[in-house]
Design a protein around this ligand. Sequence first.
Ligand code: URA
Length: 209
Amino acid sequence: MSNVQVMDHPLIQHKISYIRREDVGSRDFRAVVGEIAALMCYEATRDLKLKNVKITTPICEMTGKELSGKKMAVVPILRAGIGMVDGILNMIPAAKVGHIGLYRDPQTFEPVEYYCKLPADCDEREVFVVDPMLATGGSSVAAIRMLKDKGVKNIRFMCIIAAPEGVERMKREHPDVDLYIGALDDHLNEQKYIVPGLGDAGDRIFGTK
Ligand code: URA
């Protein structure tokens, strides 16, 4: 069963309220999305494994800790997911970055892959799939399916705002994937926007509206 964690850290909540405001322009929006992604990454990596290492400080020898588990990869879902990448890389500079692009077929409404470029050793990494908005769950479910089809086993999903409909779908279709959510909103409207949400995250990050 998926572990669903809604982040209650005050800084995360404060910053999410800020980017929800309709009068925040794209420069600020983009910067704060990056800050939220960094804080969420910090919270979502609390369980990473550590090992003891001997190090020498300028003063003496000591036993310190360093990460010992799998290497990491970040996989944004195009295009809005790109807005979260730099914030995560600020926390985990050694992570590799893959990209997945999906569009919705106008006839079948099913997500169709148009781009997928992953690190060569992605199947050996701990992979964070990121998309700021988990709405219906269609593209996130499809992106994770694509990763699993390529042999990736250790997948976590991180979004800034989720609708209950998307969370339920993710839990149903990928029960092995842990979900890290900044805020859980109320519902989807008829156009499948999250309510209250923040509008179209991609347009707000890239200033395309
Ligand atoms: N994608 C967005 O950018 N916003 C929503 O509200 C839903 C999906």
